[in-house]
Design a protein around this ligand. Structure first.
Ligand code: ACO
Ligand SMILES: O=CC(=O)O
Ligand code: MG
Length: 532
């Protein structure tokens, strides 16, 4: 069996550095060993969601009760990951790679996932940029500026590969596209694991969007195989798992247990979590319809329950709890900037008080505020593992979406509907153009936040939701708003190469995703079909 680049794939300068025969052989071995299991586990997702559609609910798993009750801890935290008080996230383009490394954050989540469009050039360039960053040779001349790694300490790289559901269509094996996860992980590991080990800085990964501990087990098997294949000591990898599906909230102990030889923490991936909550219970009746996106904060009882359970689970098992993304980013408008900093400060303070070891920021300008808050919480230490261990969170609390109702009704506004449609549209066109994260109305938007927006519109339509203005959510209303939003963006996108076509594609995709009867599991799947 062998792997080839599909005919017609965009030519990417430097690809020969990444797609070496030996690296492709490694990808081949990974797919031979794990490809079938990946497909089985994706099918299991469908089976489990079908059960919810038929009336089942979610609960802690009876078959893993012993794991939850057991007395075990995860592998020791390596020195390079012992201080995670501030982590910056961002895509792996060359400029942002250098800026993230220089940002003053302890960790950089190098994102091939929520913040990345998997255009073939992004996939390959990202690998090149990471390899150069690891070896500290990365430079860039752009826009009259010279970018270099600053003297002194740089952020530790924790790479986030694509989730299990995403294919990599530019590489095929036996006529089938490869797995995006295995391509991102495999190329990064093959080229950099020894170098990272030698430098005492990895290899470390963030693992996204898992729904079952069996998916965590698959990652553990992949790590063990990769270490052996590349001649790296067993147990060298470190993994931080995102708890960002509602399913994962019921299996946090199990995730850590499956990856116990590799795990260094869990992260509260709040945006995908909310998306998963909506998606999973999208047709479960009025008690599962959620209100406007901007009203569902981490203070919502079901979000707080998830956050508390995450800290307790981590700390019981000797793992770090890493906070999530406050989506507010710095702005040139002083009033908006003040709001952004106040919101981020409040969010990070809540996390530090709850016992997290550190948290995420989306922008270098926010590193100092996060650091200041965690400096105060951590004092002379680097963790708060003795904090928050005793939280008891009954399963139903994780599903108490109803608590956001007012007088038995979920408040949904026309402004919320318009906001969801315009943000999802602008995100989609940006994604199609090759950028997976963008600032819209002073907020960071990425695949996870856009998933919430389009899923809410779908759910409100199916639930015949009445808006605060007295209008009902209908196909006609969604289409009317989408067309107006498209018109609003038309001039800006007309200036960009192929911009008109991209905008038309984004509009059509959005209307289809939100008004079709059969819900689409991930917007990135049909969107991926639209990119070269
Ligand atoms: C739900 C989740 O998964 S969250 C995690 C995934 N999402 C992300 O990682 C998003 C990360 N953030 C970003 O991508 C960006 O901040 C954006 C797209 C939201 C805004 O970016 P911009 O519009 O470029 O912001 P802005 O103009 O203020 O940037 C100022 C400088 O900071 C840099 N910068 C901004 N954000 C980042 C970042 N996250 N990492 C590194 N550099 C950054 C810019 O490159 C720019 O550099 P320059 O002055 O050398 O040109
Ligand atoms: O990946 C993070 C999230 O919030 O989603
Ligand atoms: Mg996410």
């Amino acid at each position: 069996m062998s792997i080839s680049v599909v005919a017609g794939a965009p030519v990417v300068p430097g690809a020969e550095r990444v797609l070496t025969p030996a690296a492709l052989e490694f990808l081949d071995a990974l797919h031979a060993k794990f490809g079938d299991r990946r497909r089985e586990l994706l099918a299991l997702r469908t089976t489990r969601r079908d059960a919810v559609a038929a009336g089942a609910t979610l609960d802690f798993l009876p078959e893993t009760a012993e794991i939850r009750a057991g007395d075990w801890t995860v592998a020791p935290t390596p020195a390079y990951l012992s201080d995670r008080r501030v982590e910056i996230t961002g895509p792996t383009d060359r400029k942002m790679t250098i800026n993230a490394m220089n940002s003053g954050a302890k960790v950089w989540l190098a994102d091939m996932e929520d913040a990345n469009t998997p255009h073939w050039p992004n996939v390959i360039d990202g690998q090149i940029n990471l390899a150069d960053a690891i070896r500290e040779t990365i430079t860039l001349e752009q826009g009259g500026k010279s970018y270099r790694l600053a003297d002194g300490e740089h952020a530790v790289i924790v790479m986030r590969p694509r989730g299990w559901h995403l294919p990599e269509k530019h590489l095929i094996r036996a006529g089938e596209p490869l797995s995006g996860s295995l391509v991102d992980f495999g190329l990064y590991f093959f080229h950099n694991a020894s170098e990272l080990l030698a430098r005492g800085r990895g290899p470390a990964f963030y693992l996204p969007k898992m729904e079952s501990h069996l998916e965590a087990r698959l990652w553990a098997e992949v790590f063990a195989f990769a270490e052996q294949y590349c001649g790296i000591p067993a147990g060298s990898v470190r993994a931080t798992m995102l708890i960002e599906t509602i399913w994962a909230a019921f299996e946090m102990d199990e995730f850590l247990y499956e990856l116990r030889d590799y795990a260094s923490g869990l992260n509260a991936g709040r945006w995908d979590y909310l998306f998963s909550a909506i998606k999973t219970f999208r047709d479960a009746g009025p008690d599962f319809v959620l209100p406007d996106r901007n009203t569902i904060t981490m203070a919502a009882p079901f979000m707080k329950a998830y956050s508390d359970l995450l800290v307790a689970t981590c700390h019981k098992r000797g793992a770090y709890a890493i906070g999530g993304m406050a989506a507010f980013i710095p702005s040139k408008d002083p009033a908006a900037n003040e709001v952004a900093f106040a919101k981020v400060r409040a969010d990070k303070t809540r996390e530090a008080d709850a016992g997290y070891e550190g948290s995420w920021v989306a922008h270098p300008g926010l590193v100092p505020v996060c650091r200041e808050i965690f400096d105060a919480a951590l004092g002379d230490g680097v963790n708060q593992l003795d904090k928050g261990r005793d939280a008891q969170v009954p399963g139903p609390e994780l599903l108490n979406f109803k608590s956001l109702q007012i007088d038995g009704v979920t408040p949904v506004t026309e402004a919320g509907l318009r906001g969801n449609i315009s943000v999802a549209l602008e995100y989609l066109v940006t994604w199609l153009s090759g950028r997976g994260a963008v600032a819209i109305h002073h907020l960071m938007e990425d695949a996870a936040t856009a998933e919430i927006s389009r899923s809410q519109v779908w759910q409100w339509l199916q639930a015949h939701t009445m808006l605060d203005t007295g209008r009902m959510v209908t196909v006609a209303l969604i289409t009317e708003i989408a067309d107006a939003a498209t018109e609003d963006l038309a001039d800006a996108w007309a200036e960009i190469p192929h911009g008109r076509n991209l905008l038309a594609d984004a509009r059509n995709l959005l209307v289809d995703l939100t008004t079709r009867k059969n819900y689409v599991d991930f917007l990135t799947l049909p969107a991926y079909d639209l990119i070269p």
